[in-house]
Design a protein around this ligand. Structure first.
Ligand SMILES: C[S@@+](CC[C@H](N)C(=O)[O-])C[C@H]1O[C@@H](n2cnc3c(N)ncnc32)[C@H](O)[C@@H]1O
Length: 450
């Protein structure tokens, strides 16, 4: 837990947001903790409560921008620091990273970025001796940083090498480069609306995508936007909104959502009239699902348990539909969760594919004859998507694939695979304004039980 030294009454404006951003960045880089863990639930940074909604949003952007450009920032600092980044004071490193990220990619005056980083190190016992160094390096960054990073291929530096290698092997060099470039941009803000997408697009200064999601750019805090408190919409990437639609008309049907929290897809199914049982093994994340459903005035039965062992609760005759939004490496969501690219390791894939297989088997057992299973993962790794489903179908004779037609996904043929799966990539839906383009990387398949 970071020391209790946030929210000092005499602090200059903006310093608390930087201090908490630096703590959270250290949490990712030094303690290998995810952003989600540090931003929500029992492990959340205690200082978050002291920030205004606006400063909280700024803090989130500071951390996300730094992590998104971490490779480029590392390269730049190695050019600006003769003896490398100090290793005996982590706060000096985070102050340099956050300062340079603001100077290069955020709408913060250079002098403010430098001053706040200097104050950050001055208030840290071990890092205070580096205040002069931080000041000098960041001033140089303001003068020379942009040309120094223009000469490098940032999209390569900002993706962990093992991931770039895999994407090149799986999608080819050109697509892998496009994926990496898309991940380098701040992502759009996508929501799923209960109704009247055009009206919400206009109120939020956005657009309605062909798939029905509303897309805009987030300015400030989500909770302050019109319609949030009234429960008229929820945050959901446009690609994440597609799998639940593959069930077709679910009104009156029983659907088990086996990996449900925080509830984006449960909300879609409940809104479409299904009787949903939402299952998830994380009680923290299920608390968020309950909060989300309460805000949206939607109903679902919530069960906290291991879905791979779940026997269906009161449902004895089998479900009409099962959604398995399986835990995965989540490499398709690096645009939105830039910590993932640095925290995940290639060795994680095998344990996850074993769990994905168990969840598919359990889902099959819980399904009625004729029932539909939608499997999806927010991963770019084909072992967790295309290959997981092919391997499952090869051993499970009671299940067959029902190909997805481009007509079901607004005619977007580029996101349909040859065998009728759905594969979205961060470089799909390109736009001139890159922050308004892209989709999270998802795989989905629809199977039916005979
Ligand atoms: C990709 S997230 C689900 C996102 C969610 N479907 C949505 O749309 O908001 C995967 C979820 O699986 C849960 N999970 C992981 N292993 C599980 C298991 N064995 N049984 C049930 N849930 C599990 C995690 O807690 C996590 O909430």
């Amino acid at each position: 837990m970071p020391p209790q030294r946030f929210a000092l009454p005499s602090e200059v404006p903006g310093l608390a947001a930087r201090r908490i951003a630096a703590d959270i960045l250290d949490g990712v880089l030094q303690k290998h903790r995810t952003l989600d863990d540090q931003l929500d639930g029992a492990g959340a940074h205690p200082g978050l409560k002291t920030l205004s909604d606006r400063d909280r949003a700024l803090m989130r952007r500071l951390v996300a921008t730094t992590l998104r450009r971490l490779g480029t920032l590392g390269h730049l600092l190695s050019r600006l620091l003769d003896r490398g980044v100090p290793t005996d004071a982590p706060r000096a490193q985070s102050a340099l990273l956050i300062g340079a990220a603001q100077i290069l990619w955020m709408d913060v005056p250079d002098h403010a970025a430098v001053d706040l980083s200097v104050r950050l190190v001055q208030s840290d016992r071990r890092a205070a001796k580096y205040a002069g160094l931080v000041n000098a390096v960041l001033r140089r960054c303001a003068r020379e940083g942009a040309p120094l990073i223009d000469e490098v291929k940032s999209e390569r530096l900002d993706i962990a090498p093992w991931l770039l290698q895999r994407w090149t092997a799986q999608y080819g060099e050109a697509v892998a480069r496009d994926i990496a470039t898309s991940i380098g941009h701040e992502p759009s803000f996508d929501i799923t609306v209960k109704s009247d997408a055009a009206q919400w697009a206009s109120r939020l200064h956005g657009e309605v995508l062909p798939t029905g999601s509303v897309r805009t750019l987030l300015q400030g805090s989500v909770t302050m936007l019109p319609g949030f408190t009234e429960g008229q919409w929820w945050v959901q990437d446009a690609a994440a909104a597609l799998p639940a639609r593959l069930f077709g008309d679910v009104a009156g049907k029983t659907i088990a959502d086996l990996c449900a929290a925080p509830g984006g897809k449960t909300a879609q199914l409940a809104q479409a009239g299904a009787q949903v049982v939402a299952v998830d093994r994380s009680s923290n994340r299920m608390a968020r699902l309950r909060d989300n459903l309460a805000r949206l005035a939607l109903n679902a039965e919530a069960v906290v348990t291991d879905a791979a062992e779940w026997q269906g609760g009161n449902n004895k005759e089998g479900f009409d539909g099962i959604l398995v939004d399986a835990p995965c490496t989540s490499t398709g969501t690096i645009r939105r969760h830039p910590d993932i690219g640095w925290l995940r390791q290639e060795g994680d894939i095998a344990a996850l594919t074993a769990l994905q297989k168990r969840l598919l088997q359990r889902a099959t057992a819980l399904l009625k004859p004729g029932g539909t299973l939608v499997y999806c993962t927010c991963s770019l790794e084909q072992e967790e998507g295309e290959q997981a489903v092919s391997a499952f179908l090869a051993t499970e004779s009671s299940m067959r694939r029902v190909p997805i037609d481009a007509g079901e996904v607004a005619g977007l043929t580029e996101i349909i695979t040859a065998d009728g799966g759905l594969r979205t990539l961060p470089c799909h839906l390109p736009r001139d304004e890159p922050r308004l383009g892209g989709l999270d990387g998802f795989y989905a398949a629809r199977l039916v039980k005979s």
